[in-house]
Design a protein around this ligand. Structure first.
Ligand code: HEM
Length: 482
């Protein structure tokens, strides 16, 4: 490890703040790999990070991750929980305790039979969103434009994940969004924005930094919202028991009645599921729509695929989705171009490991540069193009590296919400494309991503939604192309 080249802390600060890469660290992965090669060492505040920007080398790290993989020790997120005596959840827990939590949380989040049982709940949210789009169009001057699609989709995603976790509707798609929800969504954003700033400084100085107070306040709000929702469900269950009614329900009900976790532990996990389940799906759907709008031919093929499986008024369900390869490929390609987690991490705590030609001691922190690999033309020819067909089975078998794009991570520590996220994205996209032809903003504005821990749109994504049934034949519609 000592032989590895890479920028010093001062050079890194220069790149981040002098050259302005602080919000485009995903792009910095590409620039640094051009300078230092696929494996380099950098200093980030108190951390020494080994960056890995090659599919083969990423595979080597992940295959040696051990029995209890650690992403990073997340001292800032864990520090907050310690301060407030909250339990760690699946994102922040480590070791045997993490394994125990995952074994309780996994089945109803990942097993296909449980996941497909959420279809009706999610489809309820989807149909409200379709109606919301109609209303949003009417309130704009041009009456086909929807402004800030990602912002609207945050509300969809929050409503969607709550419908799965709490079997409750939150009213986020109503005309007036509950204030608490709006604040929750804002707090998630602030927490992700502040995280890379906090981690730049050693732990000992956090209490004296102005942003630490704000960081703690936004976490307090996240836990407060989750606490109210979990308490509400507890009361409902107690009422059912009191009246001798059978206690039935889905995710949270199951967690509470199975008594495998204490209330504090359930709260720790639910808070983390909520915060992981909003920006991730909503931004991916936003980027997918953005590209479909710019690629009318792909959108037309997708529309044909959807109506061939679900003609007329038929609402797509999870079984229909299995017969929509293009829909899946569109999401897959979107996640390659915009991996929500542009750089993942692993700490190999169990033993020293060899990666490439280098030996690394125990507890080395590896930063896996997924964004850089997604744009590596040796792995994905014509990497900047939106080409869903590269994910069709025949193509994949020919030339795809299994670690070229791993948007949900790898192994036993991979994304807990993957199946639910995919179901949400497929159900919403299929219904949206069935109802609306999505066209770009006539101003021709392009949108680039920035990194705020997660990869998010830098500016508002504004799109035209043209009602396929009513409006297509009407003269004078601005069915603009890019
Ligand atoms: C497009 C949607 C999503 C993407 C791309 C995504 C991606 C990821 C990635 C890359 C990881 C790290 C995995 C690893 O280290 O190997 C992760 C972890 C996680 N995700 Fe997701 N995610 C998405 C949606 C969701 C949703 C909807 C939920 C909640 C229901 C969720 C809950 C989690 C949790 C709890 C973890 C931590 C797992 C652990 O450390 O054991 N994710 N996700």
């Amino acid at each position: 490890m000592d032989d590895l080249d890479g920028p010093s802390f001062l050079t890194s600060l220069y790149w981040l703040f002098g050259k302005g890469y602080f919000q485009t660290t995903h792009q910095m992965q590409i620039e640094h790999s051009k300078i230092y090669g696929p494996l380099w060492k950098s200093k980030y505040g108190p951390l020494v990070v080994v960056n890995v920007a090659n599919a083969d080398l990423i595979e080597q790290v992940l295959r040696q991750e051990g029995r209890h993989p650690i992403r990073t020790d997340m001292p800032h997120w864990r520090g907050y929980r310690k301060l407030r005596n909250h339990a760690y959840g699946p994102l922040t827990e480590i070791g045997v305790e993490w394994q125990r939590i995952r074994s309780i949380l996994n089945p109803r989040m990942l097993k296909p039979k449980h996941v497909s049982s959420y279809t009706n709940a999610i489809n309820g949210v989807v149909s409200d969103f379709i109606e919301k789009v109609a209303k949003l169009r009417m309130t704009t001057d041009k009456d086909v434009m929807v402004y800030d699609v990602a912002g609207e989709l945050y509300k969809f995603a929050f409503e969607g994940i709550c419908s799965v976790l709490f079997e409750t509707r939150m009213g986020c798609l109503n005309d007036v969004v509950p204030e608490e929800t709006q604040k929750f969504i804002f707090s998630v954003g602030e927490m992700f924005r502040l995280s890379p700033i906090v981690i730049l400084f050693p732990k000992s100085v956090w209490p004296y930094m102005p942003f630490w107070k704000h960081f703690v306040a936004v976490w307090d709000h996240l836990f407060k919202v989750a606490d109210e929702l979990v308490q509400k469900k507890m009361t409902e269950i107690q009422e059912m028991v009191k009246h001798g009614q059978p206690v039935e329900g889905e995710y949270l009900t199951h967690l509470l009645i199975s008594e495998q976790m204490s209330f504090t532990e359930v709260l720790g996990s639910i808070t983390e599921l909520l915060l992981a389940g909003v920006d991730t799906t909503s931004n991916t759907i936003s980027w997918a729509l953005y590209h479909l709008a710019r690629e009318p031919e792909i959108q037309q093929k997708l529309y044909e695929e959807i109506i061939s499986i679900c003609p007329g008024d038929k609402v797509p369900c999870s079984e229909d989705i299995t017969r929509m390869p293009l829909l899946k490929a569109v999401v897959r390609e979107t996640l390659r171009l915009y991996p929500v987690v542009p750089g993942n991490a692993r700490v190999i705590a169990e033993r020293e490991i060899v990666v490439g030609d280098h030996l690394f001691p125990k507890n080395t922190l590896f930063h896996l540069c997924h964004f850089a690999v997604s744009y590596d033309e040796k792995v994905f020819p014509n990497p900047s193009a939106f080409l869903p067909q590269r994910w069709f089975r025949e193509q994949k078998q020919l030339n795809q590296h299994p670690f070229g794009s791993v948007p949900f991570g790898f192994g036993i520590r991979a994304c807990l919400g993957r199946r639910v996220a995919e179901l949400e994205m497929y159900l919403l996209l299929s219904q949206l494309i069935k109802h609306y032809e999505v066209c770009p903003d006539p101003s021709g504005k392009t949108v680039k991503p920035i990194t705020r821990t997660l990869l998010v749109p830098a500016t508002s994504i504004d799109l035209q939604f043209i009602n396929r049934q009513k409006e297509q034949e009407e003269p004078g519609r601005t069915n603009a192309s890019v």
